[in-house]
Design a protein around this ligand. Structure first.
Ligand code: PAF
Length: 282
């Protein structure tokens, strides 16, 4: 696997490649990312390209941009083992040689809810860097994890509305044995917090069971789940049952068919903010 740091070298390396599959990341890779690389390969990507770039634009001033783990050497090793062909790891000066004044503003109804409500500007930062990376890599396929469910939706919509010739594939969430969704931020958890962290996925499972069992009082189910998290010392931002296709509140039609719904959550445990989601299956 080659590691490339500049736009010009990357463009030269990928010129004319008809089947590029792309997995953008912020590094500090774990099995979840590696499974996206394998899915890119299985989908016929040749070459499979990963990027590692901690994107300042998607962090609020009080968030963890400065402390976000940067583990390039180890990441490169893992990518190579997972079958990645090419790693693009630009410096900040290379990707943002001047302050990024042109930005992609995603539609409010999709990007200012849930994560966007609690992290204003987050999806503008994500869309801006992803569009820029798409323009540099020019992939035919890009793979994003369902762990960041809203991000996947926002990017799908961007690709549709801006008519980008890129297929977007959603990769299933990889979980630890106890059910905790893998995340680079799990590394911030103390041992005691790590043991407690499984409560988030269990809570979502409880919501899924309640809906599968026939309950349709979604607001009450959400409130109960938030209370259960709070009672165990979490500070939940939201537990929300939404339509999968646009993350809008379910209508009465959606409520009759669980297949169209997803439950999403974000909650803080100590100083670590975790997110997770579960597609509801009938
Ligand atoms: O999901 C991530 O790691 C980031 O949001 C992404 C898509 C790489 C953009 O910086």
């Amino acid at each position: 696997m080659h590691t490339i740091h500049t736009l010009s070298e990357l463009r030269a390396a990928l010129a004319g490649a008809p089947n590029t599959a792309f997995v953008p990341t912020m590094g500090n890779l774990h099995e979840g990312h590696l499974s996206l690389i394998r899915q890119a390969r299985a989908a016929g990507g040749a070459p499979v390209v990963a990027s590692i770039f901690v994107n300042r634009l998607q962090f609020a001033p009080h968030e963890d941009f400065d402390t976000y783990p940067r583990t390039l050497e180890r990441d490169a090793q893992l990518l190579q083992e997972a079958g990645c062909d090419l790693l693009f790891a630009p410096s900040e000066r290379e990707l943002y040689p001047e302050p990024q004044g042109y930005k992609v503003q995603p539609p409010s109804e999709l990007a200012d809810i849930l994560e966007g409500h609690f992290r204003p500007g987050f999806f503008t930062g994500v869309c801006t860097v992803v569009l820029k990376l798409f323009n540099i890599v020019q992939p035919q396929l890009a793979v994003f994890g369902k762990k960041d469910y809203q991000q996947l939706m926002v990017i799908r919509r961007m690709v549709e509305q801006l008519a980008l010739p890129i297929a977007i594939h959603g990769g299933e969430t990889t979980r630890a044995d106890d059910g905790l969704a893998l995340s680079s931020r799990n590394g911030y958890l103390s041992a005691a917090e790590r043991a407690e962290a499984v409560t988030l996925s269990r809570t979502l499972r409880g919501v899924a069971d309640a809906v599968a069992g026939g309950r349709r009082d979604f607001a009450a189910i959400e409130a109960e789940a938030m209370q259960a998290l709070s009672a165990r010392g979490w500070a939940p931002d939201y537990v929300a049952i939404r339509r999968r296709k646009d993350l809008a509140l379910p209508s009465s039609e959606d409520e009759s068919g669980d297949a169209s719904l997803v439950v999403l959550s974000a909650a803080r445990l100590g100083t670590t903010r975790l997110i997770d989601n579960l597609e509801l299956t009938p």
